[in-house]
Write a protein that binds this ligand. Structure first.
Ligand code: ATP
Ligand code: AMO
Length: 434
């Protein structure tokens, strides 16, 4: 709107037009106050019934909560007003009336369950706590992009409708593509690898991935956002350095730029950007430490994937972010390189938060023959992946990379109970709209 002043910018002495939502109306008899809220805060609008035009008073006090209104008047200092200033209106318009029956209370006085919140995200995200989560999520992505820029990585976008899957452990969503079988992509994996062999060399992508996960858990989504990184001429150790740098950059940016949001979420005091090096445990050390905690009913043996309970026990034991390296080859995907002197051991890694896995990555198999052999070992038909393997015959450099789930990063950073709180419009087994 042309001459709109944000409430936070309204200064005593201004003649201003403010616009926003009716947060609250307090009618004290001869005087009444409308608290108007916009993205920057709130401002008090004063109605002195005997001194003002009746229509104006009627418009002001008749507006339903959460209606959108615009008020023009003088801004004056008023120490009794919540923000120390108030507007004395000359005119007021209701731009959009709100139904008096609201499905949830944006003032937060009445709690709503997560499902009601997700059904009414517009109203839910008027609450400072919800808004804070998404302001912080945006800051995380901004910081991550800036960090990638500092390490010379180019942002790319890869297709989301694809012919083949890559991540074995999870199902694909089929789509019909002009009568042909196609799928929603589970990961930019193969495309980002194809680009490290291009003149770009070092790339990243922030984009959606789709997984027909069977389980309905507080940490899985069927559509998630991934931060993918891939670089030529680095190994898995250097890839872990970049991964750690990305996480530290995201935390530092939030610490530096989002104090207000952290306070709204009630975590400003304990929020700390990690600065120490993240421990790098081998898979073997990880299972030994998990077994030593005695938290699992059955001892883990070499070749087992780390169960959720085991990850939690180890997370409590380590007490911060850490990497798990040198995984058994058989539980890592075909594109991960194995150690030449021990083919049962891979150069894959995971970055863990004490609560859950945040990242998977590794050094990739860039040698054509070994790559094709890996497909066969995992029961995949290399012919189907010819568009990918073919490029490994034309000069594919050694390379490594990884991927974060953005929602898990935000969820663990802000200690949210459910991953759905970190995505505006989550997709899960039950939820396809809004
Ligand atoms: P009337 O005398 O017509 O009945 P009133 O008693 O409702 O009017 P006031 O006595 O002016 O109105 O104020 C009522 C309450 O509102 C008081 O507690 C006063 O401190 C508070 N109040 C008055 N003006 C403001 C203002 N501009 N901002 C915040 N609070 C105010
Ligand atoms: P992976 O399958 O481990 O690896 O996924 C990487 C990270 O993405 C997040 N994630 C999810 N988040 C929410 N809901 C889901 N259903 C979901 N699935 C995955 C997790 C996980 O750690 N191509 C490899 C990465 C690579 O090697 O570069 C891959 O996709 O945080």
């Amino acid at each position: 709107m042309q001459d709109r002043t944000f409430t936070a910018d309204a200064e005593p002495g201004d003649h201003a037009t403010v616009a926003g939502w009716v947060h609250e109306i307090r009618d004290l008899g001869g005087i009444a106050f409308l608290i108007l809220r916009d993205k920057t805060g709130k401002i008090q609008v004063k109605f002195e019934k005997d001194e003002m035009d009746d229509d104006l008073v009627e418009t002001g006090l008749g507006a339903h909560r959460e209606s959108v209104v615009q008020v023009t008047g003088d801004v004056e200092e008023e120490e009794r007003a919540p923000t120390g200033v108030e507007v004395t209106p000359e005119s007021m318009q209701v731009l959009a009336d709100a139904d008096p029956e609201l499905p949830l209370d944006p003032s937060g006085k009445v709690d709503a369950d997560l499902s009601t919140r997700l059904d009414n995200r517009t109203l839910d995200a008027r609450k400072p706590e919800t808004k804070a989560v998404f302001e912080i999520r945006a800051e995380v992505l901004r910081a991550v992009r800036e960090y990638f820029r500092s390490v010379g990585s180019t942002e790319i976008n890869t297709p989301k409708i694809v012919a083949t899957g890559t991540e074995g452990g999870t199902e694909l969503f089929p789509v019909t593509y002009f009568g042909r079988e196609a799928f929603m992509n589970q990961s930019p994996q193969l495309f980002k690898q194809l680009m490290v062999g291009s003149g770009l060399e070092r790339v990243f992508e922030v984009g959606p991935i789709f997984r027909a996960e069977e389980h309905n858990t507080p940490r899985h989504l069927n559509e998630a956002t991934m931060i993918d990184f891939e670089s030529a001429f680095i190994d898995h150790e250097e890839a872990m350095d970049v991964c750690e740098g990305t996480l530290k950059a995201a935390y530092s940016a939030v610490e530096e730029h989002c104090q207000e949001e952290l306070e709204i979420l009630g975590i400003a005091d304990e929020f700390e950007a990690p600065t120490d090096d993240f421990p790098r445990l081998t898979y073997e050390e990880a299972i030994e430490r998990i077994n030593a905690t005695g938290e699992l009913d059955e001892q883990l043996v070499w070749g087992d994937d780390l169960p959720t309970e085991g990850e939690k026990a180890l997370g409590d034991d380590v007490g911060g972010h850490y990497f798990v390296t040198d995984w058994p080859s058989e539980i890592k995907p075909f594109y991960i390189q194995d150690y030449d002197d021990d083919p049962d051991l891979s150069k894959g890694f995971d970055l863990m938060h004490p609560r859950m896995e945040l990242v998977s990555g590794g050094q990739r198999e860039h040698r054509y023959d070994a790559l094709v052999e890996g497909f066969e070992q995992q029961g995949l038909d290399p012919d189907q992946f010819e568009y990918y393997t073919k490029m490994f015959r034309y000069g594919m450099p050694p390379h490594a990379g990884w991927a974060y789930g953005v929602e898990r990063l935000v969820m663990t950073m802000l200690d949210l109970d459910n991953i759905r709180e970190a995505v505006l419009f989550p997709r899960d087994r039950q939820r396809l709209s809004p």
